[in-house]
Write a protein that binds this ligand. Sequence first.
Ligand code: TSJ
Length: 642
Amino acid sequence: MSKQQDYDASSIKVLEGLEAVRTRPGMYIGSTSTRGLNHLIYEIVDNSVDEHLAGFCSTIRVTLENDGSCTVEDDGRGIPIDMHEKGVSAERVVFTTLHAGGKFDNKAYATSGGLHGVGSSVVNALSSRMTVQVKKGGSVYEDRYEKGVPVQKLTNGLLPVVGKAKGSGTKINFLPDDTIFEKTWFKSDDIKSRLHETCYLNPKLTIEFEDRREGCQEKAVFNEPEGIAGFVRELNKSDETVTDVIFFKGKYEGIEVEAAFQYIRDFKETILGFCNNIYNSEGGTHLTGFKGAFTNIINTYARELGSLKDKDSNYTGADVRNGMTAVISIKHPDPRFEGQTKTKLDNQDATKAVAQVTQDECVRYFDRNLETLKSVIECAERAAKIRKSEQKAKTNMLSKPKFSFDSNGKLANCESRDASRCEIFIVEGDSAGGSAKMARDRMYQAILPIRGKILNVEKASIDKVLANAEIKTMINAFGCGFSEGYGQDFDIEKLRYNKIIIMADADVDGAHISTLLLTLFYRFMPDLIYEGHVYVAMPPLYKVVPAKKDEQGEYLYDDYALAKYRKTHKGSFTLQRYKGLGEMDPDQLWETTLDPATRRLKLVQIEDGRMASEMTGLLMGTDVPPRREFIHAHATDAQLDI
Ligand code: TSJ
């Protein structure tokens, strides 16, 4: 068989592969929302970062073009364009083979972390067009694709030369396919922050960003020679610091470990883990190694220095991390990931490597910097003190009989104790609550009405939060306790309901109540959200009933659906607008929001833990000016009902 025929045969496989990507894009890039869209850029940029790690690329340029496409260009060696054994340019194999690599997989580190690293062929398949230009040996070579299918004619399987060039590099331009993505507007803030982060993790790399889209013209250059130490400094830029940034690195059994940390006055802990430049939002073994070793080190010193007496128990891990901001970055030759979003590092040898390097380097540092060590121990002391006094308050509160806060009988619990099938609806208002209690499936659906607005936990002190009757009722009803910084008393295994469903009116007040509840869950029971237990019910806004008797009535969930109905429906109909859940009778409530067969629920997910935490602080916290600024900048998205 000739080489060309050979390629024809394999090209059928290629088309099948592309089709698989286009049929289930979510499997390859996580989602087809803005997050998935932005991922296309990261996917491409990560290839240039690999070239940087291999030692051949110093600058990457990312441009958002006015036509909606994105250009990524680097000054590396250029993707190989010579003849591949399949009888066609190697470049074409890279862009048409799923998980391309194989032969090109001679990188120092595979960057397959979670959603990342699925490769350029996936981006190609999801782009209505893509142009690849490779500079090498004085010439520019070009290839073109549409929806992943090559459209450039080759000569003897090789790419045409389209110009002359100095130096070498790769330039990709791609336009995301608007039949695949729900939205095709790249979010420049997210992209900039991810590119900036990449530069903190790669101190010798420069990334130039440019937005050329109409009305958004902007340029930014990122280069962070200080590396992750600079990252920690940036994270703490608006906090009162207690120590300098401490940086260390080392290597253990083939695993490179780098860490930077600094203490701030605030009672919070921020520890970010990266493996091969990929952020691990669910943490993992590298963080376990760091935390374990650090706790040991501080307890050992605290006993040596007499801060802990013989009779005292050790500081907890959370105590010693009180006020700590840290970035742990490792390079692992064969990373494995697990967890709900496949972003939790799973390699057991990473625990040992990070623990060993942390032990050696921190002891070396603290032996020479006693004042810093004392400041760290003071932070742990303060945390331990508060932990002990809160423990007392908590045992007093939670040791009372179950549902003791429910003496007013507001919670209508379900009969089943099979948590996997039980649901609890948190319902705004007593009248909707009453209807919901009548309409529900008593076996599996519990109803907890809450009156008016709950406390904004972002603004209140912990004792106020715990004193709040509605919050106590919820904590007791869920059954898994709560965690807040120092105490790790939350136990998701004890959760009594598989689904926690927020049921609020589809108006501004309802949205506010949902936000307050989500803030509560996010701050005190974040695992409820991370493990996918929290939902928001989507009650319809309208019901349309056609005048003709034989036609079915329909619930409509937003104004867009109503406009569409008006356009497509022939004949007259009556329109009922629901002002609130309280207006629905039990039957309607059952059909629209309770019945698992017909209701609509929105699963609450965290796209980016850090971003979510910062946003929650910004939107729900006490500091007004930055919130006002944010609202003014984003107010065009809002729809107020007057
Ligand atoms: F994702 C991508 F494929 F589209 C892409 C790859 C996008 C961009 C903007 C850059 C790149 C890329 C690939 N930049 N640099 C490289 N380098 C290689 O592919 C390469 C070059 C030479 C050799 C060699 O062994 O000689 C090996 C490799 C992997």
